[in-house]
Design a protein. Structure first.
Length: 287
């Protein structure tokens, strides 16, 4: 019963936590009206900088007209029964923020890479098995988030690590296959979250992301950490809640900047915790 309650908490709370740091419709675009249906936005297309369309279905002849929102900087599509974005979506070259929530998208168009100004991409409750390799051309992308992706396995394109300005990568309730070697190429990634992603091993390529400051790998099936964990010199927070870990390599003592180590829900003995406390005297250890 406790596990069910915990799972429900995670499912409903994480999306809120991930977005409550700001309202994108306050953050992006000039001050002004948020258009809540496509018809109104098209009638004032030169002023439609912010568009949020929720719980509305698109008529077949209207969907391609999304591409006419060429001045839109913040766009959110929620529960519109979309499975694909129209080809005309590539024309939204001023888009800075895009969120697609509660739509069963099965793919993103290759021309998605035309959105050269895109800074935040949030995809919730989709059916994507991968992202187009061309996503690497989104050189201004800072935040990439996927939550509740309902496919058997999600594959990262090998090009993913070449998102040169990516700061935050968050995946929740999305079963992930192996991480490509290009993950080692991330230069500015500070926040990496894989929660409920079916990870059986700690992805070793992660230890090559020297810029990481926060790493969250909660609710997976990880049994041990690699000895190379010491390479994450800038790591401040490491959360490994609800895995199957019983011992951590002594190399964690080299994580001099680590402030919080969360091990709750694992299999540690008091003796092992005592050793960790000795190795990390300035770190708060939760167990």
């Amino acid at each position: 019963m406790q596990k069910i309650i915990l799972l429900a908490f995670l499912l409903f709370s994480l999306p809120v936590i991930a977005q409550r740091d700001h309202d994108p419709f306050d953050k992006y675009g000039p001050p002004g009206m948020v258009y809540t249906n496509l018809k109104d936005a098209l009638e004032e297309v030169n002023n439609a900088y912010k568009v949020k369309i929720e719980n509305q279905l698109f008529e077949p002849k209207m969907l391609p007209k999304l591409g006419k929102l060429v001045h839109t900087q913040a766009l959110q599509l929620t529960s519109n029964e979309l499975t694909l974005l129209p080809p005309e979506f590539k024309d939204l070259t001023n888009l800075i923020y895009f969120a697609c929530i509660g739509n069963s998208l099965t793919s993103l168009p290759k021309d998605f890479s035309n959105l050269s100004q895109l800074t935040e991409l949030r995809l919730h409750s989709t059916k994507l098995d991968s992202l187009p390799s061309e996503i690497a051309y989104l050189s201004r992308l800072h935040v990439l988030e996927m939550q509740n992706n309902f496919v058997d396995t999600f594959y990262f394109p090998n090009s993913i690590g070449y998102l040169s300005n990516l700061n935050t990568l968050l995946f929740f309730n999305t079963k992930i296959d192996t991480l490509p070697a290009s993950f080692a190429e991330f230069k500015k990634l500070k926040n990496l979250t894989f929660v409920m992603c079916g990870l059986r091993k700690f992805p070793k390529t992660i230890v090559k992301i020297s810029s990481l400051e926060q790493l969250v790998l909660d609710n997976n099936e990880i049994t041990e950490l690699p000895a190379g964990i010491y390479k994450l010199k800038n790591l401040k927070q490491l959360s490994l809640k609800s895995n199957k870990i019983s011992k951590i390599s002594d190399s964690v003592c080299f994580l001099k900047n680590l402030e919080i180590l969360d091990l709750r829900g694992n299999y540690f003995k008091e003796y092992d915790i005592a050793i960790l406390k000795a190795l990390l005297p300035n770190c708060r250890i939760l167990y």
